[in-house]
Design a protein around this ligand. Structure first.
Ligand code: NDP
Length: 309
């Protein structure tokens, strides 16, 4: 068993910002990165909206910067999962995947969110055989090929234009007659010649045995069913917060986002704080995640002072 002052769960912008603040405040934070160190920016292309990077910055490189900064102040960064928690007592108990029990005076939850899947036939079976939720990770494998991508938000807009630079043709499947992506992103979609938008269209099945050979689609207005001959199928329909491990101890909304006191990072358990996309379904930006990570570390620091730790 290990006793610590401050545990940070998650290593995206929120987790690293919390680590930088907690470490500089002398809380000797221990960070468990979870399965995707760096969080969602690891599967992002250029980040152009993070202040301080006038030319933009590649997502994984930006997260390497965050990590170096957290490590510079001696955050103890461990590439492992937290698989169980017990928030019943004043000292918060957590267990790692390898079975280590940790007793932490404060816990900062920065577990972020993960990609959602459609749940249609073929999607699961053909994952890593042509089905992907990350164009930036996997687009390379479909160079000069024909691919389809589903979604109508900023992620779908960004990923479809990214794929269009690599692939021969990209079919963007939008289930309504409009996209919810921001205007500037929609303009990029419309101005990309090898990107075909299929309005009112939903995929029904991903086809193929050892690899994707096509996708069966339905026009939601006419009910016409047809097949697109594609070798790649990308899903970009939003995200689910990674909060299941806390469900017995903390309040969550219907979508699984952790509930915090408005304007603060307090969960209902004293000493347990939540930040980043795990608790933010409105803004979900790297900069807002980092901002709430900072808030969580400041809240943790004040809590420890109040507790006399
Ligand atoms: P969103 O929740 O914004 O959009 C999800 C999209 O997927 C919607 O268009 C939705 O359709 C569609 N969808 C959901 N379920 C299905 C389904 N079963 N079948 C077909 N389509 C479906 O998620 P995003 O990941 O796009 O964006 C999340 C947040 O991140 C947003 O705030 C966005 O602005 C931000 N973001 C910003 C970026 C940037 O600034 N560079 C890049 C990427 C994301 P419908 O509209 O009909 O509900």
């Amino acid at each position: 068993m290990e006793k610590i002052k401050c545990l940070i769960i998650g290593a995206g912008p929120a987790g690293y910002a919390a680590a930088i603040y907690a470490a500089r405040a002398g809380l000797n934070p221990v960070m468990y990165t979870g399965p995707q160190p760096g969080g969602q920016l690891m599967i992002t292309n250029d980040v152009e909206n993070y202040p301080g990077y006038p030319e933009g910055r590649n997502g994984p490189e930006m997260m390497e910067d965050f990590k170096k900064q957290a490590a510079r102040f001696e955050t103890d960064i461990r590439n492992e999962m937290i698989t169980k928690v017990d928030f019943s007592g004043p000292v918060h108990k957590v267990w790692t995947e390898a079975g280590l029990e940790i007793h932490a005076h404060t816990v900062i939850i920065a577990t972020g969110a993960s990609a959602k899947w459609l749940g249609i036939p073929g999607e699961d079976r053909l994952q890593n055989l042509g089905v992907s939720a990350c164009a930036v990770c996997d687009g390379f494998f479909f160079r000069k090929q024909e691919v389809a991508i589903v979604g109508g938000g900023d992620t779908a807009a960004e990923e479809s234009t990214y794929l269009a630079k690599i692939c021969k043709t990209v079919h963007l499947l939008v289930r309504r007659d409009e996209m919810r992506a921001s205007k500037i992103m929609q303009e990029r979609v419309m101005n990309t010649p090898n990107l075909i938008v299929h309005w009112n269209t939903s995929p029904e099945e991903v086809l193929g045995d050892d690899g994707v050979t096509g996708v069966r689609i339905r026009n939601n207005k006419t009910q016409e069913v047809s097949t697109l001959d594609v070798t790649g199928f990308f899903v970009a329909i939003g995200h689910k917060p990674n909060t299941d491990v806390f469900e017995d101890w903390l309040d969550r909304d219907d979508s699984g986002y952790l509930l915090t006191t408005p304007g603060r990072t307090f969960t209902k358990v004293p000493g347990v704080f939540a930040c980043g996309d795990a608790q933010d379904k409105i803004y979900r930006q790297a900069v807002t995640a980092a901002g709430t990570g900072c808030m969580a570390a400041l809240d943790a620091e004040r809590y420890l002072v109040e507790q006399g730790v």
